[in-house]
Design a protein around this ligand. Sequence first.
Ligand code: C2E
Ligand code: C2E
Lengths: 243, 149
Amino acid sequence: DTPAIHRAWQRWVDDKDSASREVLIVHYSPLVKFVAGRVAAGLPAGVDTGELIGTGIFGLMDAVDRFDPSRGFKFETFAVPRIKGAILDGLRAIDWVPRTVRQRSRQIEQAVSELGNELKRAPSDEEIAGRLGISEDELHDWLSAVAVANVGPLDHLVTDGEPRQLPPSTDAGPDRVLEDREVRSVMRAEIRQLPDRERTVVALYYDEGMTLAEIGSVLGVTESRVSQIHSKAVIMLRSRLTA
Amino acid sequence: LDQLRAERDRLRHEEDAVSFVRRLAQGRIDLVEAVRHRKSSGESTSVADIIRSGVGPAPSTGSARPPRDTDVAADHPLVTEFDQLCDRLGFDEMSELDVPGLDRLHDGLVAFEAVQSSRRRDLFERIDALTAELVRRYRDGDASVDSLL
Ligand SMILES: Nc1nc2c(ncn2[C@@H]2O[C@@H]3COP(=O)(O)O[C@H]4[C@@H](O)[C@H](n5cnc6c(=O)[nH]c(N)nc65)O[C@@H]4COP(=O)(O)O[C@H]3[C@H]2O)c(=O)[nH]1
Ligand SMILES: Nc1nc2c(ncn2[C@@H]2O[C@@H]3COP(=O)(O)O[C@H]4[C@@H](O)[C@H](n5cnc6c(=O)[nH]c(N)nc65)O[C@@H]4COP(=O)(O)O[C@H]3[C@H]2O)c(=O)[nH]1
């Protein structure tokens, strides 16, 4: 810490000097820029990110109020998860997923799990469309619409059906890390079970970090087709993991 | 193939730190500009406004890129270097600075940001070239996701 910031922390923590609190919030405000930028990048067009900025700033203020410099953590390490958590909470509050999209997603998921139980294998697009009483093309449109945001690692996206950050713990205990790892290993097993295309898309997107376009050129399909396959994979994983 | 991935990961880790400190620098540049404007224009801008200029405009949505972690290497040497630069230029005593001092602070931050942005551009070139190679291998069947999973 630079002397000026060190002084500010002392004055805020020891004397509750509000002027120092302001200095700290101003000093660290670019953290919100960084987090909001990355979270927004994963959201579908149309979501009003102006509000997210506000919630992010509250997350930063909360972090400044709770931070205990004596614990030896760097403030950035402490603050960033809190800022992200606040933004994701804000997202949930504005209910950013259109209701029809939620409905469609649920319907597809239901069809997938019913058929999965009946067929004892992953259902094909044709079978899913048949169960839903729509054409395969319509199913693909639904999947495009359902291509909801990727605001985090796959395990968060899937296990809740909603973007969610694990609650920031004041001391990143081993339990939380363990729970995380368990979710991940279960996820891995399920991903391996996916049909070939879905498995490939998930692996290339989350593990290789390829863009949808890059995956498209691997599979020889359009970017939007990749997006549909990705939505289907997420829905399949969700139905398996919540079974 | 493993070497390809290892090299790409190495570059992406480096890019994470550069992109992080770049965003910090951009935020602080915008903060200084807001304070400088307030000083020269005599307008009364609230602290909330100052904070908002540090946070910047509402970020854009709908990226074609996979989600990026926000886990930051807060103790990365680049971050330390940047903090020390800010300290030298008097960033945290901004209110005490006279206009020339503010200008020096501003220009110092802009110079730093420019360096980071150019490093970032260079890293993207190299990362995206490696990704293109990876795409080729997958397309030609020389690589399969099984090794990943
Ligand atoms: N391999 C590769 N990776 C790339 C490339 N461009 C960006 N990235 C990486 O992908 C992240 C997300 O980029 P984004 O979706 O455009 O989302 C960006 C973008 O919406 C915004 N942003 C950042 N810098 C700028 C900028 O200079 N101008 C504008 N208009 N937006 C920016 O903030 C978001 C987050 O930025 P970062 O934290 O830097 O995180 C970036 C960066 O780490 C590229 O060409 N190749
Ligand atoms: N979608 C996306 N596009 C990206 C990303 N990174 C760069 N770009 C694009 O590439 C242009 C040049 O970026 P740069 O060389 O980093 O050069 C940038 C950077 O050095 C700086 N800059 C970017 N954002 C900010 C900011 O919020 N505040 C300040 N003070 N400077 C910024 O200004 C220059 C021009 O920025 P732009 O007009 O936005 O123009 C940007 C933007 O159109 C990214 O991650 N995602």
